[in-house]
Every structure is written in structure tokens, then in C-alpha cells.
Design a binder for this molecule. Structure first.
Ligand SMILES: NC(=O)c1ccc[n+]([C@@H]2O[C@H](COP(=O)([O-])OP(=O)(O)OC[C@H]3O[C@@H](n4cnc5c(N)ncnc54)[C@H](O)[C@@H]3O)[C@@H](O)[C@H]2O)c1
Length: 423
């Protein structure tokens, strides 16, 4: 059987994908691209240790010419759609890290390029593949809790202590520019995969701002994003994400259906990650299950990686299986669902800026819906938005003198290991 030749674009977070690919029997890691040289040497060293001849590139235009079938996009979160289109145009299947795109226009272009090329697109929303949410997805597919009526998704990750390492003191790094509802798919993603429903409407909220001196010293006045979502069957869901103060950070999901409910264990995740209540044939009488889910997807090749609860194995594995036309590929998140997830955050931000007005979320499967957004690049990145630049907070804007960013950069350079080991 021919192995799938894969390259990785962006080797920070992408290093996790490098490790997964080096271990997967059906993949051949052939190239990595990153403009930061220490990252390339780090990936090369790991490949050498496994006896793999890895090509390294600092320039995307050279990288994309490499002989390969597929690319993993682990570059800047705001640039996945833009580079995804370039990869598809070069004939490569793509797996995209979060987020799927920065603007509605980018998502429309991405969808149309996937359709035209017929290549595989898979969205690596790893929270959907964490042990308990993945089990919820499987149970919901079997209809165990009936029709979803209410759901909650929470993803809290306070990145303050590693802010220098993940923004490098770059004033315009996407993490410094992003609006609070942007990075939404870790919390709203599993709501869509588990329910199997499309988000049709959203009301967005931004919390108040953490202006503690410690936060201001790293130019990171944190606030969380909240999305109240209406699903296509009328169910309501709450999605909350950001860096509010809790350690360890993590995720929490729950789903109420017409026959029962499922929830992840918030505090003792390893013991009983999955909990489910099912009503019996008598009203208000039922039974609870508290269990550790067994894995039945890719079990024969699973590498038992514990990074992100092992979820990064599934994103990579299902992508490879999809390319090879095998059944595990059915667990991939397609481009329409990915775009719907991303649009929740994009439209939620417009809702925040409009005083929490509900916003419709277009169905990009329908060409007429795409036309309304085909040229809509309003966002918080000046080079992308042009004259449609949006503010990245609805509160008073905090600006920082250049010296603050220089100080953050110095802190980063002082790190013993300058490569982010967060992921
Ligand atoms: N799913 C998860 O759990 C998870 C966790 C962390 C990060 N991420 C995602 O992974 C992606 C990468 O995040 P990150 O923290 O590694 O850092 P990042 O976004 O700061 O960096 C991306 C990497 O890509 C490289 N890069 C970007 N554009 C490039 C270009 N044009 N040419 C060459 N190299 C380029 C950068 O040098 C950097 O190493 C982001 O999209 C982020 O959202 C996901």
C-alpha cells in the first residue's frame, strides 16, 4: 500500500503533527516549512532520530513544489484559508489547524476551491476528538439522548505565562490582534459535531477586561468570548472560551436531549471522563453511566500519544484515512462544518459590536448565501480588512508603547528553549 506523502507548514504547533506523522504506518513525512530556523532544526533532528530524510524549507513557495500528496496547515491561525487555497491549487489535500479562516470571504473561497478541486479538506478541531467529547459524538450519532435541546461548550486556557513564547513580542501577532470570539471552535466545535446540527444564529458577548498589572506588562488584557447559538433544530447552545483564571485549564461539554443528557467530568477527567443520564420508559426515572470510553477508531495504529488527551492522533489519522478512502475518514470534519464553526465566532463579534444583536449565520452550502459574503473581509487585521477594519474590543482600546513589546520579546529570547513547548 502506498503511503500518503505529507508536508507540514508551520513547525511550532506543527511539531506535534510531525511527531504523529512520523509514527503513523500509512504516512510518510517528507517536508516541513517554517521561517524560523530553530524550529526547522528541531523537526529535522526528530526526523533524523527516526531515520527519516526530511526536507526543510523556510519559504512556502519552495515548500509547496515538493513532491507530496497533502499538507498540514499549522501556520498562523488567521491564514489557514489563504494558504489552504494555495495548497489546493497546487493539488494537495489539506488538513487545517484551528481556525478555518479569518473572514467570510476567505471561507467562501476555501469552500469553492475544495469543491472545484475535489481534494480532501479536514478540520483538525482536536477538542472534538478528546476522549469524552469523541464518545459523545459516537453516542449522539446513534441517537442515544434523542434530539438535542441544549448544549454547553467551554474551553479555558490562560496563556499569560507563555505569552512571550507564543507571541515573540510581535505587536501584530495574530494572538495580539484577535477579537475575543475569534478562537471559538475549541468550545463550539464539539457542539456542532456531537449534535450533527448547523448553527443558524448567534448572539455574541465579550466579558470585561482583566487589566491587572501583570497582564498589562505582557500587553495582554484578557477577556473571554461567549456565543449563544441557535442550532437548526431550535436547540440553544452556549460556547465560552478564553483565558479566564483557572488552573489547570481545559474543556467541559454537556448536552441535553429529549431522552437524557451527557456531560464530561469537569474535575476528575481521568477517572470517569464520560457521564450519561438516560430516562427509562417511566418519566423522570432513569440511570446514570460513569465510564472511561474505549477507543474503537484507529485502535490498531494508535500511538498512545497523551498530548491534548491523545486527540491529535485522531485528527491526523482520520485525515490520512479519508485520503485513502477508508471508513475512519468518516470522522473528518468537512469544510462546510469547519466554516460553520468559524462563522459562529465571526458573526458573534459583529453581534458584540452591534450591542449584542442576534446575527444570522449563513449556510455556505447554498451558493446564494455565499454571494452575500463573497467580498466580506471585515476583520481586525489591518492588512486583510482594508477600510473594513473592526476594533478587537468593544471596551476602551488598550494600546501599549513599543517598549512593552520589546520587553516581551526580550523575555522570549531569555527562554532556555525559545520554541513553544505548549503543544
Ligand atoms: N488545536 C490546538 O490544540 C492548537 C494548539 C496550539 C496552536 N494551534 C494552532 O496552530 C497554529 C500554529 O500555532 P503556533 O502556536 O505554532 O504559532 P504561531 O501561530 O505563532 O506560528 C505558526 C508557525 O508558522 C510559521 N509561519 C507562519 N507563516 C509562515 C510563512 N508564511 N512562512 C513560513 N513560516 C510561517 C511561524 O514561523 C510559526 O512557527 C495556529 O493556527 C494555532 O491556532 C492549535
Amino acid at each position: 500500500m502506498k503511503k500518503v506523502k505529507i508536508g507540514v507548514f508551520g513547525g511550532g504547533r506543527g511539531k506535534v503533527m510531525v511527531d504523529q506523522l512520523l509514527d503513523h504506518p500509512d504516512a510518510e513525512l517528507v517536508a516541513v516549512c517554517d521561517k524560523y530556523e530553530p524550529i526547522l532544526s528541531n523537526c529535522k533532528k526528530t526526523a533524523d532520530e527516526k531515520g527519516v530524510d526530511l526536507a526543510v524549507y523556510s519559504d512556502f513557495d519552495d515548500f509547496i513544489k515538493h513532491d507530496m500528496d497533502a499538507v498540514v496547515l499549522a501556520n498562523y491561525a488567521t491564514e489557514h484559508a489563504t494558504y489552504g487555497v494555495k495548497c489546493l491549487e497546487a493539488g494537495k489535500h489539506i488538513m487545517s489547524e484551528v481556525l478555518p479562516g479569518e473572514t467570510p470571504a476567505q471561507l467562501v473561497k476555501l469552500i469553492e476551491t475544495v469543491e472545484r478541486t475535489g481534494l480532501v479538506y479536514s478540520y483538525a478541531e482536536n477538542c472534538c476528538y478528546m476522549k469524552a467529547p469523541f464518545e459523545m459524538w459516537k453516542r449522539a450519532r446513534k441517537g442515544e439522548i434523542g434530539a438535542i435541546q441544549y448544549a454547553e461548550g467551554e474551553y479555558m486556557h490562560d496563556c499569560s505565562s507563555i505569552w512571550p513564547k507564543i507571541t515573540y513580542g510581535e505587536k501584530d501577532h495574530w494572538r495580539n490582534l484577535m477579537f475575543p470570539t475569534f478562537y471559538c471552535t475549541h468550545s463550539c466545535g464539539p457542539i456542532l459535531t456531537v449534535s450533527g446540527l448547523r448553527a443558524v444564529k448567534v448572539v455574541g458577548f465579550e466579558t470585561n477586561v482583566n487589566t491587572e498589572e501583570k497582564q498589562m506588562r505582557i500587553a495582554h488584557p484578557e477577556k473571554a468570548g461567549i456565543e449563544m447559538i441557535t442550532l437548526e433544530n431550535g436547540a440553544i447552545a452556549k460556547s465560552i472560551h478564553g483565558g479566564l483564571k483557572v488552573e489547570p485549564g481545559g474543556w467541559h461539554f454537556q448536552f441535553y436531549g429529549t431522552k437524557g443528557m451527557m456531560q464530561t467530568e469537569r474535575y476528575d477527567r481521568d477517572r470517569t471522563p464520560f457521564n450519561m443520564y438516560l430516562e427509562s420508559d417511566k418519566l423522570c426515572k432513569g440511570t446514570w453511566e460513569h465510564s472511561v470510553p474505549e477507543n474503537d477508531v484507529g485502535a490498531e495504529v494508535e500511538n498512545k500519544s497523551t498530548v491534548h488527551g491523545g486527540s491529535d492522533f485522531y485528527t491526523v489519522h482520520c485525515f490520512i484515512e479519508k485520503i485513502l478512502g477508508r471508513p475512519d475518514g468518516d470522522w473528518c470534519i468537512d469544510v462546510y462544518t469547519a466554516a460553520n464553526m468559524g462563522m459562529i465566532g465571526i458573526m458573534a463579534w459583529r453581534s458584540v459590536l452591534a450591542g449584542n444583536r442576534p446575527m444570522d449565520i449563513p449556510d455556505f452550502r447554498i451558493p446564494a448565501e455565499r454571494d452575500k459574503f463573497r467580498f466580506d473581509n471585515a476583520c481586525c487585521t489591518p492588512s486583510v480588512a482594508g477600510d473594513k477594519l473592526l476594533p478587537n474590543t468593544s471596551h476602551e482600546v488598550c494600546t501599549f508603547p513599543d517598549e512593552v513589546y520589546e520587553e516581551v520579546r526580550k523575555q522570549w529570547l531569555k527562554e532556555e528553549n525559545p520554541i513553544s513547548d505548549l503543544f
